[in-house]
Design a protein around this ligand. Structure first.
Ligand code: AGP
Length: 614
């Protein structure tokens, strides 16, 4: 995924564009570039590497003053992260500059068509093809917005395109299909961007763009059409968070800040969902209770951390609703010819709401007649817009590439959905739902308690900083927590780490255990059933083979003490709610290990915050 911004208005365009790119650098940082039109016509600068490299270039070769411009920070798809492949790309005549997020799947045929006309290319990118096509239209006398519409109708794949024409001043035209684009409406100035963080310091009034739409902006306003030029209804909304939420707030990393925002994020996600009559309400639910009552299967589809949140949710949803609940990797889902009927309820989980694999799974599910509920943290993003119902998490912007508060609020939102379904289907009485809700509402304070105990985790990170491989074990809802803990370590510490069901280790993976291998074990609460004792046995198995056992166990659990080299204590909670606590030390551990290793925790190598390509 990439970060894109366009600006037109009275401010110095270069500053607005560069500051906007800085706020979106988490979306991709393989290269960065800018194009402005001012006193010296169209000027562009672009450099491989992080934004800082472009800023160095701009210091060495300043741009002239300009009132409109576009910018791009790239996560490379077609063509390596080089200066030549960096956006913006210019048309042959040099009039048009264009930036792009996504993948144009038919770019090779279009490139061949242009080459047959004698057009030369400077890069290996699909984006340059779009720039040349728009340029060809404009050179032929087309209005920039008409040129954009003509070109978009020829493109296949996913794209957000933003373009300017040196000879059509104070105008920027943008288009989107399967890729994010939002309009920022200022006073006498306008913005287009991949997400609101790019312009939130100037305005919190935004406009949601729909599928296959083109927006034409100038300082006095904007016009949205479809690809045929017919006016499209605009969807203005007010952004409910401010710039400070997108700043680090004194933390070294956004990730660390977001770990510590989790008490509030979970509290905000639960807020106002349970009315005084003990009735749960969700956000936009456009699915009738009759349909929910006839649901005979739930399928959760997601990627990465969101998938692990779904794995946690499965246990609660099945327990509360007695509906079979499958959890699927979104990129696998539609290719395995899944059994989906109008009585299937598909639940998608996505922090960004733009993950292409998940979006394509949503479309497939709806084509099969299923109803789709989106659990999402990004208002106005594509996945909720294409779903039948939405349950927004209220975590605030999550900037760190490694998801933390996104995960905890996804689990909390899934629990709300599970309780709502149990309420609608009558599989749990009101007082039972109230009991679970009461415990859920007590979790923010317990999450804070876990955070207050982080010193032991920080010390452990220092002790284990030389580890070459770390294993994570858990049973029941502890197993997805083990998977999430391993993913965090992979993502930001670049360490080999693997999560296993604790009972599965003896079927092969235990061969990985050697003297000193760090093994984290999530121990379920005592007293529920033999699950606790089974996990104790698993700890003994690995310890007998030399493992260094780091045990996450609830306060007062003395049974673990003989087998634990390190105990990380958790406040008491019921089995299903323990993931909201057990995950936190694993997040803190990964963040600290990566920091000690000198890694860029917020922008780890090879990754991007939201993967908007399949
Ligand atoms: C999580 O730390 C990763 N950044 C990644 O696995 C992420 O959860 C996944 O790409 C899904 O993103 P989404 O929630 O925005 O759809």
């Amino acid at each position: 995924m990439c970060g894109i911004i366009g600006y037109v208005g009275p401010r110095e365009a270069q500053k607005v564009v560069i500051d906007g790119l800085r706020r979106m650098e988490y979306r991709g940082y393989d290269s960065a570039g800018i194009a402005v039109v001012g006193e010296q016509g169209l000027q562009a600068r672009k450099k491989a590497g992080k934004l800082a490299n472009l800023e160095t270039e701009l210091t060495a070769q300043p741009l002239a003053s300009a009132s409109f411009g576009i910018g791009h920070t790239r996560w490379a798809t077609h063509g390596g992260p080089t200066d030549g492949n960096a956006h913006p790309h210019l048309s042959a005549s040099g009039r048009v500059a264009l930036v792009h997020n996504g993948i144009i799947e038919n770019f090779a045929a279009l490139r061949a068509e242009l080459e047959d006309e004698g057009v030369g290319f400077d890069s290996e990118t699909d984006t340059e093809v779009a720039a040349q096509l728009v340029g060809r239209e404009v050179d032929g006398g087309a209005d920039l917005a008409d040129a954009m519409r003509t070109v978009c109708k020829r493109l296949e794949g996913a794209f957000t395109l933003v373009a300017l024409d040196a000879e059509q001043p104070d105008r920027i035209v943008a288009a989107r299909r399967n890729s994010p684009l939002v309009v920022g409406v200022g006073e006498g100035e306008m913005f287009v961007a991949s997400d609101v963080s790019a312009f939130i310091e100037y305005t919190r009034e935004a406009v949601e763009m729909g599928q296959d739409e083109v927006v034409d902006v100038n300082p006095d306003g904007y016009a949205v059409t479809d690809f045929d030029g017919a006016p499209a209804p605009s969807k203005p909304y007010h952004v409910d968070w401010d710039l400070s939420a997108a700043e680090k707030g004194g933390y070294d990393w956004f990730m660390r800040k977001e770990i510590f925002e989790q008490p509030k994020a979970v509290a905000d996600t639960l807020l106002g969902r349970f009315d005084p009559n003990h009735q749960l309400t969700l956000d936009e639910v456009r699915i009738s209770e009759v349909e929910l009552k006839t649901t005979d299967k739930i399928v959760i589809v997601a990627c990465g951390t969101a998938f692990y949140a779904g794995l946690v949710a499965k246990y609660a949803i099945e327990h509360w609703t007695r509906i079979p609940c499958e959890v699927e990797i979104a990129s696998e889902f539609r290719y395995r010819d899944p059994i989906i009927t109008p009585r299937t309820l598909v639940v998608t989980i996505s922090q960004s709401g733009e993950t292409a694999d998940t979006l394509m799974a949503v479309r497939h599910a709806r084509q099969q007649g299923a109803k789709v509920v989106a659990i999402c943290n990004t208002n106005g993003s594509t996945i909720p817009r294409e779903s039948d119902a939405v349950l927004y998490t209220h975590a605030g912007p999550e900037i760190g590439v490694a998801s933390t508060k996104g995960f905890l609020t996804q689990v909390a939102a899934c629990y709300l959905l599970g309780l709502y379904l149990a309420q609608v289907r009558g599989t749990k009485f009101g007082d039972e739902i109230a009991t679970v809700m009461a415990e859920l509402e007590s979790m923010p304070a317990k999450i804070q308690e876990v955070l207050d105990r982080q010193d032991r985790v920080l010390a452990l990170a220092a002790e284990l900083r030389g580890a070459r491989s770390v294993l994570f074990l858990g049973r029941h809802v502890g197993y997805p927590v083990a998977l999430e803990g391993a993913l965090k370590l992979k993502e930001i510490a670049y360490l080999h780490a693997e999560g296993f069901p604790a009972g599965e280790l003896k079927h092969g993976p235990i061969a990985l255990v050697e003297d000193g291998t760090p093994v984290f074990v999530i121990v379920p609460p005592q007293g529920r059933d033999q699950l606790h004792d089974k996990v104790i046995s698993n700890i003994q198995e690995v310890r007998a083979r030399g493992a260094r056992t780091i045990v996450l166990a609830e306060d007062g659990d003395v049974e673990v003490e003989p087998y634990a080299d390190v105990i990380l204590r958790l406040p008491r909670a019921s089995t299903l709610l323990q993931p909201l606590l057990a995950t936190i030390p694993l997040q803190v551990f990964a963040c600290e290990i990566a920091t000690l290793a000198g890694h860029d925790v917020d922008q780890p190598r090879n990754l991007a915050k939201s993967v908007t390509v399949e």
